[in-house]
Design a protein around this ligand. Structure first.
Ligand SMILES: NC(=O)c1ccc[n+]([C@@H]2O[C@H](COP(=O)([O-])OP(=O)(O)OC[C@H]3O[C@@H](n4cnc5c(N)ncnc54)[C@H](OP(=O)(O)O)[C@@H]3O)[C@@H](O)[C@H]2O)c1
Length: 319
């Protein structure tokens, strides 16, 4: 098969579409003939050599795919060769084939094409596992998501809205603010010109920025507020005001989906299938795709994500 190899740590030019060995299904796994994969910001970090991979991870980037099952390993039940699926991966999605534990497979939701489905698993599983399983977002609560125009952000706005939270988001332009409101945000704050702390307090904050926002996140949380940090785009370190945490009974979580065990991923995927797939199938949650490019042009797709001009997901397709 062909896959996108990271020749050495560096810029988008180090990505090479090249011939590599086919994957084989281990016990409990299937192999998918990949129709499409989608970009995640972690792929850029991996390309730059800044993302330590969990042991045993495929060297090729790509945290999600869609496609057809082409081989089924020992012990897999409920899935057959030819089934159309999408899947959450620990890596290896930028390829023509990928092996994945069967617990990380999802059917393609009704109304979504096979190619589009590639853009769902990572964002949906990230949002669900953090705002529902970790932060226990409740109906009527106030929810702030930073980066509401990104792949995770566009999904977080819609899922939180479907859970009947009040949704506030930060974005980097008036156009992105307008799109965030269309997706259901009650308020979209331009982080370049406005201060999000002025619009709290928030019960739950999903943060993709890290150090730069920690102090303001804590300050703008309500009593019993929950902060979940999932991205470190602007800083690994910051000072934490413990008094503010203690007196407001605040909890701060840090999570990554990728480093979770296959069992934990399967449990999240099972909830996604039962709770979020109906939201997608009834139109409450829409997929936001910015652009679709050939898999061989992964370098161009990375450049596009690095400009920050995209809105929603960037998809890579196999011809
Ligand atoms: N821990 C996990 O399990 C996990 C899983 C998935 C993703 N993530 C993390 O989540 C983040 C988003 O990932 P993604 O794939 O959705 O990337 P993405 O599509 O590139 O989204 C990144 C977003 O960050 C926003 N942003 C940049 N600077 C900002 C600032 N100062 N204030 C507010 N927002 C700002 C951008 O907003 P504008 O475009 O409007 O400027 C953009 O929407 C990444 O950091 C990624 O590593 C973590």
């Amino acid at each position: 098969m062909k896959a996108v190899l990271i020749r050495e740590p560096g810029g988008p030019e180090v990505l090479e579409w090249t011939e590599v060995e086919d994957p084989q299904p281990a016990d409990g796994e299937v192999v998918i003939d990949v129709a499409a994969s989608a970009l995640n910001r972690a792929d850029l970090m991996q390309r730059m050599g800044l993302y330590p991979l969990p042991p045993g991870t495929s060297p090729y980037p790509g945290l999600e795919v869609s496609g057809r099952i082409s081989a089924v390993g020992q012990g897999v039940t409920g899935w057959q060769v030819g089934d159309e699926v999408c899947a959450l991966l620990t890596g290896g999605g930028y390829a023509q084939k990928v092996a994945v534990p069967a617990g990380q497979l999802l059917t393609v939701p009704k109304g979504i094409s096979l190619v589009e489905a590639a853009a769902l698993p990572e964002a949906v599983a990230t949002v669900w596992s953090n705002i529902v399983i970790t932060a226990r977002l409740q109906e009527g609560e106030s929810f702030l998501v930073h980066g509401g125009a990104g792949g995770v952000g566009t999904m977080a706005i819609q899922i939180a809205k479907a859970l009947q939270a009040r949704v506030i988001t930060t974005v980097g332009s008036p156009e992105k603010a307008a799109r965030a409101r269309e997706l259901g945000a009650d308020l979209a704050i331009d982080y370049r010109t406005q201060d999000f702390t002025a619009y709290g307090p928030y019960d739950v904050i999903l943060d993709v920025i890290g150090g730069q926002y920690l102090e303001r996140n804590i300050r703008s949380l309500a009593a019993d507020g929950r902060l979940v940090v999932i991205g470190l785009q602007n800083g690994l370190e910051a000072q934490l005001n413990l008094a503010e945490m203690v007196f407001k009974r605040i909890s701060v979580h840090g999570t990554t989906l990728r480093t979770r065990s296959a069992q934990q991923k399967a449990a999240i995927i099972a909830e996604v299938r039962s709770q979020v797939w109906p939201m997608i199938e009834n139109g409450a949650v829409q997929l936001v795709i910015d652009q679709t490019l050939p898999m061989a042009d992964a370098a161009q797709a990375h450049r596009l994500m690095e400009t920050g001009q995209h809105l929603g997901k960037i998809v890579l397709i196999n011809d």
